[in-house]
Design a protein around this ligand. Sequence first.
Ligand code: CA
Length: 226
Amino acid sequence: MNPIPVLVLEDEPQIRGMLCQCLAGEGLLPHGAGSLVEARETLRAAACQLALIDLGLPDGSGQTFIRELRAWSTMPVLVLSARNQERDKIEALDTGADDYLTKPFQRGELLARVRALLRRAGSSGAQPVVEFGDVSVDFASRRVQRQGIDVHLTPIEFQLLAVMIAGQGKVLTHRHLLREVWGGAFVDSPHYLRIYVGHLRHKLESDPARPRHFITETGTGYRFVI
Ligand code: CA
């Protein structure tokens, strides 16, 4: 099998070198780029299947690049952000990034995220029945069971669950979830989410106070973990 080409857009040569080394050690084929211009050239030359994107670049922002990329590609995007770039990070996720890593990060953390993104991109997508913990969700019949017993979800609860399962493993921002479940007019009403995620935890988590599947990403949104 040929190694998977990966775009590494990072302007700090040292960090870029470290990223490329980690990815190559994992059997991937990293293509380093230090600017938006170089990254565009790289994408023309190589059929990249994953992109690691720094937000602060010499000739523009990583968000601009993600917006361009999303016009034609669904390849997974992992954002690399500094600690003081919270707002930029959320904007990048809203623009279409799939996950983020805060610098400085550990090699193991980076590779775990990369593997998860590639795994998801390679899976065929929608499955009719999804299972997590002691819960099974049958999308064809819209039936949810816990330990084999039917659980009643309201239409909003079911829609929220479906959107979270569709984005499993990814950070799902408040705006994304509100837009997908309630519609564009509700993107500034995060309290709806708090209430409905609470409902899902109570109905589907073994210990709603210590959720294992409906995880809070403080200040950003939620992450659903199978
Ligand atoms: Ca930078």
